[in-house]
Structure formats: C-alpha cells, structure tokens
Design a protein around this ligand. Structure first.
Ligand SMILES: Cc1ncc(COP(=O)(O)O)c(C=O)c1O
Length: 435
C-alpha cells in the first residue's frame, strides 16, 4: 500500500511533458468551449434565414450597430468585414495617406501596422512599457515628427494604454487617435470604454475574439463627419442611409464634388444576428473572466519567478483576450521560457503561447512584398523597413517573459484557476527534470 502511494506521488510530481500525470485531465474535465452558443444563436440565425434579408443594412445589422454604440458609449457604431479593414478605413477617414507617419506599438498583431502600409503610409514602431506591454506614451512623444498624422494605441494582454498620458500628446500635435480594441471588448479606462476615448475605435469579431461572428469588425466614433466617411468607405463610397438608388449613381458620398472611392466591406445579417447575441453575453462573460483573473493573479504573486502583467488602477473593467503573465527564468533554475510553456501546456492540456513577435522581426509583416512596390520610391521603402526600429522591451517580452493563454481558460471556476496555479508550482518545483 505504502509503495503504491509512493508510486502515485511520483507520477503526480513527474512532469506531464516527461510522461507524468497531467494536473488537468482534459478528457474528464475539458476547458470551457469557445465560441459560446446555444438555442439563442440557432433561433437568431434561423430568423435571418427565413426573412430572406441576408445582408445590406438588414434589421439585425441596424440592431447591432445601435446596441454596440450604446454599449461602447459612442454616438455611432458601424459593422464591417473584419478588424484589419476597420483600421485601414479609420486611417483613410482621418485623411492619412501616402508618406504620412502612423505611430503603432511594436508588440501587436501585424494588422495594426499593415493597415498603415496598405494605404501607403509609414508605420512608426514604438516600444511598450515594461510592466503593461502596451504602447509607452513617453516613447510616443519622442517619436512624433512633423509627418506624424495618427497614433494607434492597442489595448492588450489584460492591460491598457495609459490614455491619460496619450491623449494630451495627440492633442498637442493635432494627431488622430484610433484605438485598436481587437482585444478589449468592454474594457474600461476610468468612466470610458475602450473605443470611446480616441477619435475612432476599431474592433475585431474574428473567431477567437471576445465577441465573434466567425469574422467581422466594427468602428465606433462620436464624430459625425468621421461616421459619414466611415460608412461610405465600408460601403462602396455610398452615402450613409441613402443607397437605394446607388446603382443609378445617386446616394454617393460627397456628391457635392468631394467623392470617395472604396470597396465593399459590409457584413451579412447572419453575422449581425450572432453579434447581437454575443454582445448580450459579453458583460457576464467579462465579469466571470475578470473575477477568475483577479483571483489567479493574487495567488500567482506568491509563486517565485512569475508575476501578473500590471493592471492600472484606472482600469475600471478588464477584458482579457490573451490572458498573460510574466516569467523569470532565473527562479526556475534557468529553464528556458519555451520549455516552461511546453511543460505548462502539457500539464493543462491547452495552448500556451508567447506574446506576438515584435513587428521589427515578424515575418508576416513584410511591407515590400506589396504588388505596387515598383511605383514607390526607395526612400519610402527605407522608411517602412521595420528593421530600422529598436524595440528592446518588445523583444524581451517575446523572447524571455511572456506566457499567454486564450481567454476561455478564464471562463470556468476558481477550481480551474487552482489547477493552473498547481501546474505552475509543479513546474517550479520540478524544473530540474527539464534541464
Ligand atoms: C490587435 C489586433 N488588431 C487587429 C486585428 C485584426 O482583426 P481581424 O482578424 O478581424 O482582421 C487583430 C486580429 O487578430 C488583432 O489582434
């Protein structure tokens, strides 16, 4: 009996990545599923199917736009095809174009910078702060030049850009601020939701995001001129709410002579139907994730070598897309972070990743591959070369510090958090076995 217990104990302390028993048995105890749906979504989709109004300012799209604007606290919201095109259209609506500089963080999904390249502007990659991993306003101030036209702060990793510091810099220099809220649906800075602080908010509804319709995006603003332009830009250059005669040339934005050219970036009413439901579910889901994250982070601080990403006290509601924490190899007997992530993934039976690769090294962000390259000057290509930017904090976060989990791990109970903490302790106590 004693020998049997001893054997079991050994299996429990033996790391799963080495063949031991994982802390979480995902067969009997699976993680909460993402995306979330039930009869509500089925009913809403059937309603659209049977109505025959599958797109083009359908009732669900209007309902969603109104509800999303109310939720974010802006006068307007507009749905669009995805959270990449929303960034591009936002820049266009602000009049940003060829050669203009757009400040973006070095640590973000490549779309934030690619949106600027796609309109022949120049992304200026700026480093992040050590403890929030979000755009550093001090470094933004240093990066402003006479060519700067816009800043795209990105709120991510359970943290927020210090908007109290950023907005005065933008005002001082007359710059547009487009908040990339692809990770922050419902997050709040003081009394304002992400997407209502800058001039335009940009959201993604891609499958893994906090609200999803498979694909999709939205733009928020309280500026009527920007709204009008944005609506035309997402809808072939047509004037908002007046496209019934569009095929005959009527209802075109700027028919006083200031026409706008654009493509079709609308969503379908099927997507809007899913988004109406997703928005209703979001506050409760965010609350659950936040309570779990707060509990987890408080306990995490007790384990040597791991630390929560800093949450500013001005963040009054948190929204987690990537749930991240900081790792210090020295406290884990020198265990490289890749080995730690792999060990944690094996213990928990879920994906464990690092942060985004800094944009000055990201192979997906390769501006000179665009087909129009032969039309542009060498000087332009020198200016958009991401390698010219020095991003030491982004690089350290990516190479040494970041451990990121998908937000679905926060959608269960405290017992799930306890298992995550147990897995980290187990790796800490048995790091020798991986060296
Ligand atoms: C920070 C950020 N911005 C923009 C996007 C683009 O969104 P989409 O995938 O909907 O085009 C993403 C998507 O992953 C993102 O993470």
């Amino acid at each position: 009996m004693l020998r049997h217990n001893h054997g079991k104990g050994e299996m429990m302390s033996k790391l799963a990545v080495k063949g031991g028993t994982p802390v979480r048995d995902v067969k009997s105890n699976p993680w909460p599923q993402w995306p979330v749906w039930d009869e509500r979504e089925e009913k809403a989709l059937l309603e659209v199917l049977r109505s025959g109004v599958w797109s083009y300012n359908g009732p669900k799209e209007r309902q969603f736009n109104d509800a999303f604007a109310r939720f974010i606290g802006t006068d307007y919201a507009l749905s669009a095809a995805n959270g990449t095109i929303t960034l591009q259209l936002a820049l266009e609506a602000c009049g940003v174009g060829y050669g203009d500089e757009v400040i973006v963080p070095g640590l973000t999904w490549q779309a934030t910078a690619a949106a600027a390249v796609d309109i022949n502007a120049v992304p200026i990659l700026v480093d992040v702060t050590e403890d929030t991993w979000c755009l550093d306003p001090t470094k933004v101030a240093e990066a402003v030049t006479p060519r700067t036209k816009a800043i795209i702060p990105v709120h991510l990793y359970g943290s927020f850009v210090d908007m109290d510091a950023l907005m005065p810099i933008a005002e001082r220099h007359g710059l547009w601020v487009i908040e990339d809220c692809a990770h922050k649906h419902g997050g709040q800075w003081k009394d304002k939701k992400a997407g209502s602080i800058g001039h335009i908010g940009s959201f993604s509804f891609q499958l893994s995001k906090l609200m999803t319709a498979g694909e999709g995006g939205a733009l928020t603003t309280s500026n009527p001129q920007l709204w009008e332009k944005l609506d035309a830009l997402r809808n072939c250059g047509r004037r908002p709410e007046d496209d019934s005669d569009a095929d005959k040339g009527a209802g075109v934005y700027g028919d006083e002579g200031n026409f706008i050219q654009s493509g079709n970036y609308r969503i379908t009413d099927f997507q809007a139907a899913l988004l109406v439901e997703a928005l209703e579910r979001l506050p409760e889901q965010n609350k659950n994730r936040d309570e779990n994250a707060m509990y987890f982070n408080a306990q995490l601080a007790e384990i040597p070598g791991v630390l929560p990403v800093r949450r500013d006290e001005r963040e009054t509601a948190e929204a987690y897309f990537n749930f991240a924490f900081r790792y210090h190899q020295g406290e884990f007997k020198g265990l490289p972070i890749e080995a730690f992530r792999a060990a944690l993934a094996a213990e928990l039976g879920c994906g464990v990743e690092g942060s985004y690769e800094p944009l000055n090294a990201c192979p997906l962000y390769t501006p000179p591959t665009k087909p129009w390259r032969h039309k542009l000057t060498d000087d332009y290509f020198a200016r958009i070369d991401p390698k010219r930017f020095d991003l030491p904090v982004c690089t350290r976060v990516y190479r040494e510090e970041s451990v990121c989990l998908h937000h679905n791990v926060l959608m269960g109970t405290r017992a799930d958090m306890d298992l995550m903490l147990e897995a980290i302790r187990k790796i800490h106590d048995n790091a020798d076995a991986l060296m």
